[in-house]
Design a protein around this ligand. Structure first.
Ligand code: FAD
Length: 505
Protein backbone atom coordinates (compact mmCIF):
# COMPACT_ATOMS: atom_id res chain seq x y z
CA UNK A 1 0.00 0.00 0.00
CA UNK A 2 1.30 3.48 -0.74
CA UNK A 3 0.07 7.05 -0.92
CA UNK A 4 -0.58 9.89 1.48
CA UNK A 5 -3.26 8.09 3.48
CA UNK A 6 -1.24 5.00 4.22
CA UNK A 7 -1.03 4.01 7.89
CA UNK A 8 2.36 2.39 8.43
CA UNK A 9 2.75 -0.38 10.98
CA UNK A 10 5.82 1.28 12.46
CA UNK A 11 7.15 4.81 12.57
CA UNK A 12 10.80 4.79 13.69
CA UNK A 13 12.36 8.01 15.00
CA UNK A 14 16.13 8.05 14.46
CA UNK A 15 18.50 6.73 11.80
CA UNK A 16 21.30 5.50 14.04
CA UNK A 17 22.26 1.86 14.37
CA UNK A 18 19.27 0.99 16.53
CA UNK A 19 16.63 2.69 14.38
CA UNK A 20 18.07 1.27 11.15
CA UNK A 21 18.57 -2.19 12.69
CA UNK A 22 14.95 -2.30 13.82
CA UNK A 23 13.74 -0.96 10.45
CA UNK A 24 15.61 -3.71 8.62
CA UNK A 25 14.41 -6.50 10.86
CA UNK A 26 10.79 -5.29 10.84
CA UNK A 27 10.69 -4.73 7.08
CA UNK A 28 12.08 -8.23 6.54
CA UNK A 29 9.23 -9.64 8.63
CA UNK A 30 6.62 -7.96 6.49
CA UNK A 31 5.84 -4.82 8.51
CA UNK A 32 5.40 -1.54 6.69
CA UNK A 33 8.02 0.83 8.10
CA UNK A 34 8.69 4.57 7.91
CA UNK A 35 11.98 5.82 9.40
CA UNK A 36 12.75 9.52 9.85
CA UNK A 37 16.25 10.79 10.60
CA UNK A 38 16.61 14.51 11.31
CA UNK A 39 20.11 14.78 9.90
CA UNK A 40 22.17 12.18 8.00
CA UNK A 41 22.08 8.46 8.75
CA UNK A 42 24.59 7.73 11.54
CA UNK A 43 25.14 11.42 12.18
CA UNK A 44 24.50 10.86 15.91
CA UNK A 45 26.43 8.54 18.21
CA UNK A 46 26.59 5.71 15.68
CA UNK A 47 29.45 7.22 13.66
CA UNK A 48 31.36 8.42 16.72
CA UNK A 49 32.14 5.17 18.54
CA UNK A 50 35.45 3.35 19.11
CA UNK A 51 34.24 1.07 16.28
CA UNK A 52 34.70 -2.24 18.05
CA UNK A 53 32.46 -5.25 17.79
CA UNK A 54 33.48 -6.50 21.18
CA UNK A 55 32.26 -8.23 24.29
CA UNK A 56 33.65 -5.42 26.42
CA UNK A 57 36.33 -7.00 28.61
CA UNK A 58 35.93 -4.15 31.08
CA UNK A 59 32.23 -4.84 31.64
CA UNK A 60 33.12 -8.14 33.34
CA UNK A 61 34.32 -6.03 36.28
CA UNK A 62 30.78 -4.70 36.63
CA UNK A 63 29.30 -8.24 36.46
CA UNK A 64 27.58 -7.48 33.13
CA UNK A 65 27.78 -11.16 32.15
CA UNK A 66 24.54 -11.16 30.12
CA UNK A 67 25.70 -8.23 28.02
CA UNK A 68 29.23 -9.61 27.55
CA UNK A 69 27.98 -13.05 26.53
CA UNK A 70 25.48 -11.65 24.03
CA UNK A 71 28.03 -9.23 22.59
CA UNK A 72 30.65 -11.97 22.24
CA UNK A 73 28.12 -14.20 20.48
CA UNK A 74 27.39 -11.37 18.04
CA UNK A 75 31.06 -10.84 17.07
CA UNK A 76 31.48 -13.82 14.76
CA UNK A 77 27.91 -13.63 13.51
CA UNK A 78 28.22 -9.99 12.45
CA UNK A 79 31.65 -10.69 10.94
CA UNK A 80 30.04 -13.42 8.78
CA UNK A 81 27.20 -11.18 7.68
CA UNK A 82 29.31 -8.12 6.87
CA UNK A 83 32.91 -9.28 6.26
CA UNK A 84 33.65 -6.18 4.16
CA UNK A 85 33.13 -3.72 7.03
CA UNK A 86 33.84 -6.00 10.03
CA UNK A 87 37.07 -7.87 10.59
CA UNK A 88 39.10 -9.47 13.41
CA UNK A 89 41.67 -7.57 15.43
CA UNK A 90 44.18 -8.72 18.02
CA UNK A 91 44.47 -6.62 21.18
CA UNK A 92 47.60 -6.43 23.33
CA UNK A 93 46.92 -5.88 27.03
CA UNK A 94 50.17 -5.12 28.90
CA UNK A 95 50.33 -6.12 32.52
CA UNK A 96 51.03 -2.98 34.56
CA UNK A 97 52.44 -3.57 38.05
CA UNK A 98 50.33 -1.74 40.61
CA UNK A 99 47.14 -1.92 38.55
CA UNK A 100 45.00 -5.04 37.99
CA UNK A 101 46.98 -8.16 38.99
CA UNK A 102 47.99 -10.67 36.28
CA UNK A 103 45.75 -13.41 37.73
CA UNK A 104 42.71 -11.14 37.39
CA UNK A 105 43.53 -10.29 33.77
CA UNK A 106 44.04 -14.00 33.04
CA UNK A 107 40.70 -14.86 34.66
CA UNK A 108 38.86 -12.13 32.75
CA UNK A 109 40.40 -13.26 29.47
CA UNK A 110 39.60 -16.90 30.21
CA UNK A 111 35.93 -15.94 30.63
CA UNK A 112 36.12 -13.73 27.55
CA UNK A 113 37.44 -16.65 25.50
CA UNK A 114 34.83 -19.11 26.74
CA UNK A 115 31.44 -17.56 27.50
CA UNK A 116 30.62 -16.26 24.03
CA UNK A 117 30.82 -19.29 21.72
CA UNK A 118 34.10 -18.23 20.07
CA UNK A 119 34.70 -20.47 17.03
CA UNK A 120 36.90 -18.81 14.43
CA UNK A 121 38.64 -16.01 16.30
CA UNK A 122 41.99 -17.02 17.80
CA UNK A 123 42.24 -17.52 21.58
CA UNK A 124 44.12 -15.46 24.15
CA UNK A 125 47.85 -15.95 24.55
CA UNK A 126 50.48 -14.66 26.97
CA UNK A 127 53.20 -12.37 25.59
CA UNK A 128 56.78 -11.69 26.60
CA UNK A 129 56.90 -8.00 25.70
CA UNK A 130 60.70 -7.95 25.90
CA UNK A 131 60.83 -10.27 22.89
CA UNK A 132 57.69 -9.63 20.83
CA UNK A 133 57.41 -7.01 18.07
CA UNK A 134 54.40 -5.49 19.89
CA UNK A 135 56.63 -4.70 22.89
CA UNK A 136 59.12 -2.66 20.85
CA UNK A 137 57.40 0.75 21.08
CA UNK A 138 56.32 0.29 24.67
CA UNK A 139 57.80 1.57 27.92
CA UNK A 140 60.61 -0.92 28.74
CA UNK A 141 59.21 -1.42 32.27
CA UNK A 142 56.40 -3.43 30.68
CA UNK A 143 57.62 -7.01 30.49
CA UNK A 144 54.52 -9.11 30.20
CA UNK A 145 51.17 -8.92 28.46
CA UNK A 146 48.27 -10.79 26.92
CA UNK A 147 46.87 -10.85 23.42
CA UNK A 148 43.18 -11.53 22.70
CA UNK A 149 40.64 -11.19 19.88
CA UNK A 150 37.83 -8.76 19.13
CA UNK A 151 36.55 -7.21 15.89
CA UNK A 152 36.59 -3.86 14.13
CA UNK A 153 33.53 -2.31 12.47
CA UNK A 154 33.01 0.67 10.22
CA UNK A 155 30.19 1.91 12.45
CA UNK A 156 28.66 4.49 10.08
CA UNK A 157 28.60 2.04 7.19
CA UNK A 158 26.95 -0.59 9.36
CA UNK A 159 24.11 1.88 9.86
CA UNK A 160 23.82 2.76 6.17
CA UNK A 161 23.87 -0.89 5.11
CA UNK A 162 21.04 -1.67 7.52
CA UNK A 163 19.08 1.25 6.08
CA UNK A 164 19.85 0.08 2.52
CA UNK A 165 18.64 -3.43 3.28
CA UNK A 166 15.54 -2.08 5.03
CA UNK A 167 14.75 0.05 1.97
CA UNK A 168 15.37 -2.93 -0.32
CA UNK A 169 12.66 -4.65 1.73
CA UNK A 170 10.24 -1.73 1.18
CA UNK A 171 10.92 0.41 4.26
CA UNK A 172 10.68 4.17 3.66
CA UNK A 173 13.89 5.84 4.85
CA UNK A 174 13.83 9.65 5.04
CA UNK A 175 16.87 11.67 6.02
CA UNK A 176 16.92 15.39 6.91
CA UNK A 177 13.45 14.70 8.31
CA UNK A 178 12.88 15.81 11.88
CA UNK A 179 9.98 14.55 13.97
CA UNK A 180 8.49 17.65 15.55
CA UNK A 181 5.21 16.39 16.96
CA UNK A 182 3.48 13.07 17.61
CA UNK A 183 -0.26 12.81 18.39
CA UNK A 184 -2.72 9.97 18.83
CA UNK A 185 -5.86 10.79 16.85
CA UNK A 186 -8.66 8.70 15.37
CA UNK A 187 -7.07 5.40 16.34
CA UNK A 188 -3.51 5.92 15.09
CA UNK A 189 -0.39 8.01 15.59
CA UNK A 190 -0.01 11.19 13.54
CA UNK A 191 3.64 12.16 13.21
CA UNK A 192 4.70 15.58 11.94
CA UNK A 193 7.89 15.28 9.92
CA UNK A 194 9.72 18.52 9.11
CA UNK A 195 11.87 18.44 5.98
CA UNK A 196 14.98 20.38 7.04
CA UNK A 197 15.98 20.94 3.39
CA UNK A 198 12.83 22.49 1.96
CA UNK A 199 11.07 23.59 5.15
CA UNK A 200 7.85 21.67 4.50
CA UNK A 201 6.03 19.49 7.05
CA UNK A 202 4.30 16.23 6.24
CA UNK A 203 2.09 14.22 8.58
CA UNK A 204 2.61 10.46 8.54
CA UNK A 205 0.24 7.95 10.16
CA UNK A 206 1.38 4.84 11.99
CA UNK A 207 0.06 2.16 14.34
CA UNK A 208 3.14 2.15 16.56
CA UNK A 209 6.06 4.47 17.36
CA UNK A 210 9.61 3.30 17.98
CA UNK A 211 11.68 6.03 19.59
CA UNK A 212 15.27 5.12 18.62
CA UNK A 213 16.62 8.65 18.88
CA UNK A 214 19.62 7.62 21.01
CA UNK A 215 20.84 10.50 23.17
CA UNK A 216 17.78 12.50 22.15
CA UNK A 217 15.40 9.85 23.50
CA UNK A 218 14.21 11.84 26.51
CA UNK A 219 13.79 14.98 24.41
CA UNK A 220 11.58 13.11 21.95
CA UNK A 221 9.51 11.66 24.80
CA UNK A 222 9.06 15.11 26.30
CA UNK A 223 8.17 16.69 22.97
CA UNK A 224 5.49 14.11 22.18
CA UNK A 225 2.03 14.98 23.39
CA UNK A 226 0.56 13.04 26.28
CA UNK A 227 3.69 11.04 26.97
CA UNK A 228 5.77 10.37 30.01
CA UNK A 229 8.58 12.92 30.35
CA UNK A 230 10.52 11.03 33.04
CA UNK A 231 14.27 11.24 32.59
CA UNK A 232 15.66 7.78 31.89
CA UNK A 233 18.76 8.36 29.80
CA UNK A 234 22.18 9.22 31.14
CA UNK A 235 24.26 11.11 28.62
CA UNK A 236 27.95 10.26 28.79
CA UNK A 237 30.37 11.97 26.42
CA UNK A 238 33.28 10.01 24.96
CA UNK A 239 36.02 11.54 22.81
CA UNK A 240 38.69 10.14 20.52
CA UNK A 241 41.88 11.57 19.07
CA UNK A 242 43.57 10.52 15.82
CA UNK A 243 47.36 10.79 15.41
CA UNK A 244 49.79 9.70 12.66
CA UNK A 245 50.36 5.96 12.83
CA UNK A 246 52.26 5.02 16.01
CA UNK A 247 53.10 1.36 15.34
CA UNK A 248 54.37 -0.65 12.35
CA UNK A 249 52.24 -3.73 13.03
CA UNK A 250 48.48 -4.33 12.80
CA UNK A 251 47.78 -5.10 16.48
CA UNK A 252 45.82 -2.79 18.82
CA UNK A 253 46.55 -1.95 22.42
CA UNK A 254 44.29 -1.78 25.42
CA UNK A 255 45.95 0.19 28.20
CA UNK A 256 44.75 0.45 31.79
CA UNK A 257 44.68 3.95 33.22
CA UNK A 258 45.44 4.79 36.82
CA UNK A 259 41.85 6.06 37.27
CA UNK A 260 40.50 2.55 36.60
CA UNK A 261 39.45 3.36 33.02
CA UNK A 262 40.97 1.85 29.90
CA UNK A 263 42.22 3.40 26.70
CA UNK A 264 42.50 1.84 23.22
CA UNK A 265 45.11 2.56 20.54
CA UNK A 266 43.92 1.11 17.22
CA UNK A 267 45.37 1.17 13.69
CA UNK A 268 43.12 3.50 11.71
CA UNK A 269 42.67 4.19 8.00
CA UNK A 270 46.16 2.83 7.14
CA UNK A 271 48.13 5.93 8.10
CA UNK A 272 46.76 6.74 11.56
CA UNK A 273 46.21 5.51 15.11
CA UNK A 274 42.84 6.04 16.83
CA UNK A 275 43.04 6.65 20.59
CA UNK A 276 40.05 6.69 22.94
CA UNK A 277 38.04 7.17 24.89
CA UNK A 278 36.87 9.37 27.75
CA UNK A 279 33.73 9.09 29.93
CA UNK A 280 32.14 12.23 31.31
CA UNK A 281 28.56 13.16 32.07
CA UNK A 282 27.07 15.46 29.44
CA UNK A 283 24.31 18.08 29.56
CA UNK A 284 22.69 19.81 26.61
CA UNK A 285 22.07 19.02 22.96
CA UNK A 286 24.12 15.92 22.04
CA UNK A 287 24.88 17.46 18.64
CA UNK A 288 27.04 20.06 20.38
CA UNK A 289 29.48 17.61 22.03
CA UNK A 290 33.08 18.52 21.13
CA UNK A 291 36.42 17.13 22.27
CA UNK A 292 37.83 19.45 24.91
CA UNK A 293 41.50 20.35 25.41
CA UNK A 294 41.26 18.60 28.77
CA UNK A 295 40.19 15.36 27.09
CA UNK A 296 43.00 15.63 24.53
CA UNK A 297 45.54 16.11 27.33
CA UNK A 298 44.02 13.21 29.26
CA UNK A 299 44.18 10.82 26.29
CA UNK A 300 47.73 11.86 25.35
CA UNK A 301 48.83 11.37 28.97
CA UNK A 302 47.06 8.04 29.35
CA UNK A 303 48.69 6.53 26.28
CA UNK A 304 52.11 8.16 26.71
CA UNK A 305 52.69 6.48 30.06
CA UNK A 306 52.83 3.19 28.10
CA UNK A 307 55.06 4.36 25.24
CA UNK A 308 58.77 5.02 24.72
CA UNK A 309 57.94 8.15 22.71
CA UNK A 310 55.13 10.27 24.17
CA UNK A 311 52.12 11.45 22.17
CA UNK A 312 51.44 15.18 22.54
CA UNK A 313 48.43 17.37 21.65
CA UNK A 314 50.49 18.71 18.72
CA UNK A 315 50.39 15.23 17.14
CA UNK A 316 46.60 15.22 16.98
CA UNK A 317 45.25 15.50 13.41
CA UNK A 318 41.55 14.91 14.12
CA UNK A 319 39.20 14.45 17.04
CA UNK A 320 35.59 13.41 17.42
CA UNK A 321 33.22 13.22 20.29
CA UNK A 322 30.02 11.22 20.76
CA UNK A 323 27.40 10.97 23.48
CA UNK A 324 26.45 7.57 24.85
CA UNK A 325 22.71 7.27 25.49
CA UNK A 326 22.98 5.01 28.54
CA UNK A 327 20.04 3.78 30.56
CA UNK A 328 20.22 5.66 33.86
CA UNK A 329 20.74 2.87 36.38
CA UNK A 330 21.84 5.28 39.12
CA UNK A 331 25.56 4.34 38.96
CA UNK A 332 27.70 7.01 40.58
CA UNK A 333 30.53 7.19 38.00
CA UNK A 334 29.85 7.64 34.28
CA UNK A 335 32.19 4.76 33.40
CA UNK A 336 30.17 2.42 35.66
CA UNK A 337 26.72 3.10 34.14
CA UNK A 338 25.38 0.00 32.40
CA UNK A 339 26.10 -0.43 28.68
CA UNK A 340 23.20 -2.85 28.36
CA UNK A 341 20.02 -1.86 26.53
CA UNK A 342 16.59 -1.40 28.03
CA UNK A 343 13.37 -1.36 25.97
CA UNK A 344 10.32 0.25 27.54
CA UNK A 345 6.91 -0.19 25.98
CA UNK A 346 4.55 2.62 26.87
CA UNK A 347 1.03 1.28 26.58
CA UNK A 348 -0.77 3.02 29.40
CA UNK A 349 -1.70 6.64 28.57
CA UNK A 350 -4.16 7.81 25.96
CA UNK A 351 -2.18 6.76 22.87
CA UNK A 352 -1.33 3.48 21.19
CA UNK A 353 1.87 1.46 21.49
CA UNK A 354 5.11 3.42 21.78
CA UNK A 355 8.50 1.76 22.31
CA UNK A 356 11.46 3.68 23.77
CA UNK A 357 15.01 2.39 23.24
CA UNK A 358 17.60 3.19 25.91
CA UNK A 359 21.30 2.34 25.79
CA UNK A 360 22.78 -0.44 23.69
CA UNK A 361 26.02 -0.97 21.84
CA UNK A 362 26.79 -1.05 18.13
CA UNK A 363 27.79 -4.67 18.80
CA UNK A 364 24.39 -5.72 20.12
CA UNK A 365 22.19 -3.74 17.72
CA UNK A 366 20.92 -6.85 15.93
CA UNK A 367 19.90 -8.53 19.18
CA UNK A 368 18.35 -5.28 20.38
CA UNK A 369 16.30 -5.22 17.16
CA UNK A 370 15.15 -8.79 17.76
CA UNK A 371 14.07 -7.88 21.30
CA UNK A 372 12.27 -4.82 19.95
CA UNK A 373 10.48 -7.00 17.39
CA UNK A 374 9.22 -9.28 20.18
CA UNK A 375 7.58 -6.26 21.78
CA UNK A 376 6.35 -4.94 18.44
CA UNK A 377 4.81 -8.32 17.56
CA UNK A 378 3.04 -8.45 20.91
CA UNK A 379 1.77 -4.88 20.58
CA UNK A 380 0.59 -5.11 16.97
CA UNK A 381 -0.65 -8.71 16.92
CA UNK A 382 -1.00 -10.37 13.52
CA UNK A 383 1.28 -13.06 12.13
CA UNK A 384 4.70 -11.51 11.55
CA UNK A 385 7.53 -13.50 9.96
CA UNK A 386 10.16 -15.19 12.19
CA UNK A 387 13.55 -13.77 13.23
CA UNK A 388 15.81 -13.84 10.16
CA UNK A 389 18.73 -11.40 10.43
CA UNK A 390 21.15 -13.87 12.06
CA UNK A 391 21.76 -15.61 8.74
CA UNK A 392 21.31 -12.75 6.27
CA UNK A 393 24.32 -10.90 4.85
CA UNK A 394 24.16 -7.12 4.79
CA UNK A 395 24.40 -5.46 1.34
CA UNK A 396 27.79 -6.24 -0.17
CA UNK A 397 28.55 -8.84 2.51
CA UNK A 398 27.52 -11.88 0.47
CA UNK A 399 30.98 -13.45 0.30
CA UNK A 400 32.89 -15.72 2.74
CA UNK A 401 34.20 -13.99 5.88
CA UNK A 402 37.75 -14.96 4.95
CA UNK A 403 37.28 -14.01 1.29
CA UNK A 404 38.24 -10.32 1.23
CA UNK A 405 41.50 -11.03 -0.64
CA UNK A 406 39.71 -13.21 -3.19
CA UNK A 407 37.08 -10.55 -3.80
CA UNK A 408 39.79 -7.89 -4.16
CA UNK A 409 41.63 -10.10 -6.67
CA UNK A 410 38.42 -10.55 -8.69
CA UNK A 411 37.79 -6.80 -8.72
CA UNK A 412 41.41 -6.13 -9.75
CA UNK A 413 41.11 -8.51 -12.63
CA UNK A 414 37.75 -7.04 -13.76
CA UNK A 415 39.06 -3.42 -13.40
CA UNK A 416 42.83 -3.75 -14.07
CA UNK A 417 43.28 0.05 -14.31
CA UNK A 418 42.59 0.51 -10.56
CA UNK A 419 45.45 0.76 -8.09
CA UNK A 420 45.49 -1.97 -5.47
CA UNK A 421 45.00 0.54 -2.63
CA UNK A 422 41.81 1.76 -4.31
CA UNK A 423 40.56 -1.78 -4.82
CA UNK A 424 41.24 -2.52 -1.16
CA UNK A 425 39.45 0.63 -0.04
CA UNK A 426 36.40 -0.04 -2.22
CA UNK A 427 36.13 -3.68 -1.15
CA UNK A 428 36.31 -2.63 2.50
CA UNK A 429 33.45 -0.17 1.99
CA UNK A 430 31.18 -1.84 -0.54
CA UNK A 431 32.09 -5.56 -0.64
CA UNK A 432 30.44 -7.21 -3.63
CA UNK A 433 28.58 -3.96 -4.37
CA UNK A 434 31.90 -2.56 -5.60
CA UNK A 435 30.72 -3.88 -8.97
CA UNK A 436 27.69 -1.57 -8.77
CA UNK A 437 29.93 1.38 -7.83
CA UNK A 438 32.25 0.81 -10.80
CA UNK A 439 29.67 -0.46 -13.29
CA UNK A 440 30.99 -1.20 -16.75
CA UNK A 441 33.91 1.24 -16.52
CA UNK A 442 36.76 0.18 -18.78
CA UNK A 443 39.22 2.89 -17.79
CA UNK A 444 39.88 5.43 -15.04
CA UNK A 445 38.39 8.13 -17.24
CA UNK A 446 35.08 6.23 -17.31
CA UNK A 447 34.80 6.79 -13.55
CA UNK A 448 34.57 10.54 -14.13
CA UNK A 449 36.11 13.40 -12.24
CA UNK A 450 38.39 12.74 -9.25
CA UNK A 451 37.70 14.76 -6.10
CA UNK A 452 40.97 14.36 -4.25
CA UNK A 453 42.60 11.16 -3.12
CA UNK A 454 40.91 8.38 -5.15
CA UNK A 455 37.31 9.55 -4.77
CA UNK A 456 35.67 9.33 -8.19
CA UNK A 457 32.46 10.77 -9.56
CA UNK A 458 31.18 7.21 -10.05
CA UNK A 459 31.56 6.52 -6.33
CA UNK A 460 29.84 9.77 -5.37
CA UNK A 461 26.94 9.05 -7.69
CA UNK A 462 26.55 5.61 -6.15
CA UNK A 463 26.49 7.15 -2.67
CA UNK A 464 23.88 9.70 -3.69
CA UNK A 465 21.65 7.20 -5.48
CA UNK A 466 21.90 4.24 -3.12
CA UNK A 467 23.10 5.51 0.26
CA UNK A 468 21.26 8.80 0.90
CA UNK A 469 24.45 10.95 0.70
CA UNK A 470 23.56 14.61 0.23
CA UNK A 471 26.52 16.67 1.43
CA UNK A 472 30.29 16.51 1.35
CA UNK A 473 30.34 15.53 5.04
CA UNK A 474 28.04 12.59 4.35
CA UNK A 475 30.57 11.34 1.78
CA UNK A 476 33.84 12.27 3.49
CA UNK A 477 33.08 11.42 7.13
CA UNK A 478 30.31 8.83 7.20
CA UNK A 479 30.12 6.82 3.92
CA UNK A 480 33.94 6.96 3.77
CA UNK A 481 36.69 8.50 5.90
CA UNK A 482 38.34 10.23 2.95
CA UNK A 483 37.98 13.50 4.83
CA UNK A 484 41.22 12.56 6.59
CA UNK A 485 43.98 14.03 4.46
CA UNK A 486 41.67 15.76 1.92
CA UNK A 487 42.68 19.29 0.93
CA UNK A 488 40.34 22.25 1.51
CA UNK A 489 40.14 22.87 -2.26
CA UNK A 490 39.02 19.29 -2.86
CA UNK A 491 36.38 19.53 -0.12
CA UNK A 492 35.04 22.75 -1.63
CA UNK A 493 34.95 21.23 -5.12
CA UNK A 494 33.04 18.25 -3.78
CA UNK A 495 30.59 20.48 -1.89
CA UNK A 496 29.92 22.46 -5.09
CA UNK A 497 29.44 19.28 -7.06
CA UNK A 498 26.98 17.86 -4.57
CA UNK A 499 24.96 21.05 -4.49
CA UNK A 500 24.64 20.97 -8.22
CA UNK A 501 21.40 19.05 -8.64
CA UNK A 502 22.00 18.38 -12.32
CA UNK A 503 25.31 16.72 -11.63
CA UNK A 504 23.72 14.08 -9.48
CA UNK A 505 20.96 12.96 -11.82
P1 FAD B 1 22.26 7.42 17.52
O1 FAD B 1 23.30 6.85 16.66
O2 FAD B 1 22.60 8.70 18.20
O3 FAD B 1 20.99 7.61 16.62
C1 FAD B 1 19.87 8.39 17.02
C2 FAD B 1 19.45 9.22 15.83
O4 FAD B 1 18.21 9.84 16.13
C3 FAD B 1 20.43 10.35 15.52
O5 FAD B 1 21.00 10.14 14.23
C4 FAD B 1 19.58 11.60 15.58
O6 FAD B 1 19.91 12.56 14.59
C5 FAD B 1 18.17 11.05 15.41
N1 FAD B 1 17.12 11.89 15.99
C6 FAD B 1 17.09 12.43 17.22
N2 FAD B 1 15.96 13.14 17.40
C7 FAD B 1 15.24 13.05 16.24
C8 FAD B 1 14.01 13.58 15.79
N3 FAD B 1 13.25 14.37 16.56
N4 FAD B 1 13.59 13.28 14.53
C9 FAD B 1 14.32 12.49 13.71
N5 FAD B 1 15.53 11.98 14.09
C10 FAD B 1 15.98 12.25 15.34
N6 FAD B 1 29.43 0.50 20.88
C11 FAD B 1 30.08 -0.61 20.44
O7 FAD B 1 29.47 -1.63 20.22
N7 FAD B 1 31.42 -0.60 20.28
C12 FAD B 1 32.20 0.47 20.55
O8 FAD B 1 33.41 0.44 20.34
C13 FAD B 1 31.55 1.62 21.05
N8 FAD B 1 32.28 2.70 21.37
C14 FAD B 1 31.66 3.84 21.76
C15 FAD B 1 32.44 4.96 22.05
C16 FAD B 1 31.82 6.16 22.35
C17 FAD B 1 32.66 7.36 22.67
C18 FAD B 1 30.41 6.25 22.36
C19 FAD B 1 29.77 7.58 22.60
C20 FAD B 1 29.64 5.13 22.13
C21 FAD B 1 30.25 3.92 21.84
N9 FAD B 1 29.51 2.76 21.59
C22 FAD B 1 30.14 1.61 21.17
C23 FAD B 1 28.06 2.75 21.77
C24 FAD B 1 27.31 3.01 20.47
O9 FAD B 1 27.99 3.91 19.65
C25 FAD B 1 25.91 3.55 20.77
O10 FAD B 1 25.29 2.80 21.76
C26 FAD B 1 25.03 3.53 19.53
O11 FAD B 1 25.69 4.15 18.45
C27 FAD B 1 23.70 4.23 19.80
O12 FAD B 1 22.94 4.17 18.63
P2 FAD B 1 21.50 4.82 18.55
O13 FAD B 1 20.93 4.41 17.26
O14 FAD B 1 20.74 4.47 19.78
O15 FAD B 1 21.76 6.39 18.65
Amino acid sequence: MSGRDQTYDLFIIGGGINGCGIARDAAGRGYSVYLAEMNDLASGTSSLSTKLVHGGLRYLEFYEFRLVREALEERELLWSNAPHIIWPLRFVLPHHKGLRPAWLLRLGLFLYDHIGGRKRLPATKTLDLTKEEVGAGLNPDLKKGFEYSDCWVDDARLVVLNARDAADRSAVIRTRSQVTDVRWESGCWHVDVYDTLNGSTQTVQARMIVNASGPWVDRVISAASGSNAARKVRLVQGSHIVVPRLFDHDRCYIFQNEDGRICFAIPYENDYTLIGTTDQDFEGDPATARTSDKEITYLCGAISSYLRKPVTPDDVVWTYSGVRPLFDDGASAAQEATRDYVLKLQEDGPGGPWLNIFGGKITTYRRLAESALEKINAALGGRPGPAWTHAAPLPGGDFPATGVKTLAAEISSRYPFLESATVHRLVRLYGTRTYSVLGDAGSKEDLGRVFGRDLSEAEIKYLIRHEWALTEDDVLWRRTKLGLGMSEEDVTALADYMQDKTAIQ
